[in-house]
Design a protein around this ligand. Structure first.
Ligand SMILES: Cc1ncc(COP(=O)(O)O)c(C=O)c1O
Length: 368
């Protein structure tokens, strides 16, 4: 049995360090908006190469609050990719703006810049770009489009901790980068948490207010905001784990390289990555025989997952108002994620790669 993900392994590995962090917070008796969060915001922003970090309650809230801080709301439109996790679209819709979906590149699944530009209309107020599976989107082309149309770009970096392009970290290309620390992410809390990173001082200060009811100071509201704060316990756990993130990301890369080595040459699409541009959050195969392959792996005891079986423009709340996105629809039928996490055991990695290879060698024989 090869689990798709087993979070207990990492939790056990860092158990004493988490316990120490937990005890420290309890002894101090400050649980919300304290020194742990302040330190984690500095450390994570520096990790990304940004000047400011604003801790919030989730990746979804990071997107909602950022869009709101940019003045996005009813009457406006936001263009975003048709292939992503549902929260990317939920966040846009919860601001009151209309999500407009752009098609993706059939190779990477990331937004296709030409279609992104085609979807810009007179009510467009922002572009949201996702670094899908951890692979950096084509930011130079996207920023060029954004500049020509005078639009801010918000990066959804929920899957891209540690990825960078041309030496610039995920989240530092656009006006802001929105991170999730959901437990399954490359850097995961022991619950929900998120962060916005930005170089923009004014945006950072609006976000600090918006996450705290809209307060300007202790007793005065500047606006009507949210209660969306990254609490001290989660911040203290995340500080511990951030120190190990580079090591964990390297391990993900090593495993992905084993998969590449064993699967190159088979009739299926494999992720492309160089040393920097992919966090290897997910290792996603692309094959028209996805369902058969998934079933074969299931029979061999190997769990897989599909990211994502239903593109965002076809989700019930959005499908009536959204035109087709053919590449996203095609990808949704073809993608299959193999297990990939730093704590995978050598025999699990080998068994997974061997079972994929076996599928193609068996079907090769059957076709003869
Ligand atoms: C691409 C993407 N965007 C946004 C989110 C939302 O993050 P959260 O679950 O922390 O709200 C996730 C993960 O869940 C995600 O994968």
């Amino acid at each position: 049995m090869v689990p798709f993900l087993d979070l207990s392994r990492q939790a056990n590995e860092v158990f004493p360090l988490l316990q120490e962090a937990f005890s420290k917070v309890l002894a101090k008796g400050v649980f919300v908006l304290g020194e742990e969060l302040e330190a984690f915001e500095k450390e994570f922003a520096a990790f990304c190469g940004a000047r400011h970090g604003i801790g919030v309650a989730s990746g979804t809230d990071a997107l909602i609050l950022t869009l709101k801080a940019l003045g996005i709301g009813p009457g406006k439109e936001v263009v975003l990719p048709a292939l992503s996790a549902p929260p990317t679209a939920v966040a846009v819709a919860l601001t009151g703006a209309r999500p407009v979906f752009a098609d993706v590149e059939i190779t990477t699944g990331n937004v296709a810049p030409e279609d992104l530009e085609k979807k810009i209309g007179e009510n467009t107020a922002a572009l949201v770009v996702v670094h899908l599976y951890g692979k950096m989107a084509n930011m130079p082309a996207i920023l060029d489009i954004a500049e020509r149309h005078g639009l801010p770009v918000v990066e959804d970096c929920a899957q891209a901790h540690g990825a960078c392009l041309e030496g610039k970290g995920a989240g530092t290309w656009g006006i802001a980068g929105c991170y999730s620390f959901y437990p399954t992410k490359n850097l995961g809390a022991l619950g929900d948490a998120g962060m916005v990173v930005t170089d923009d001082e004014a945006l950072a200060s609006r976000l600090r207010s918006l996450r705290d009811y809209g307060r300007e100071d202790r007793d005065t509201l500047g606006s009507v905001g949210h209660n969306s704060r990254l609490d001290e316990l989660q911040a203290s756990f995340l500080r511990v784990k951030l120190r190990l993130l580079p090591h964990w990301n390297r391990r993900r890369r090593e495993i992905a390289n084993v998969y590449l080595e064993k699967l190159t040459g088979l009739p299926l699409g494999l992720p492309e990555f160089d040393s920097q541009n992919h966090s290897l959050h997910l290792f996603v195969l692309d094959t028209p025989r996805r369902d058969e392959l998934k079933e074969h792996l299931r029979r061999r005891g190997i769990q897989t997952a599909i990211h994502y079986p239903l593109p965002l423009h076809l989700q019930p709340p959005f499908r009536e108002a959204s035109p087709p996105c053919p590449a996203a629809e095609e990808k949704a039928k073809r993608v299959l994620s193999l297990p990939l996490y730093p704590e995978m055991r050598e025999e699990e990695i080998q068994a997974t790669a061997a079972a994929v290879a076996e599928f193609y060698s068996r079907s090769g024989r059957e076709n003869r």
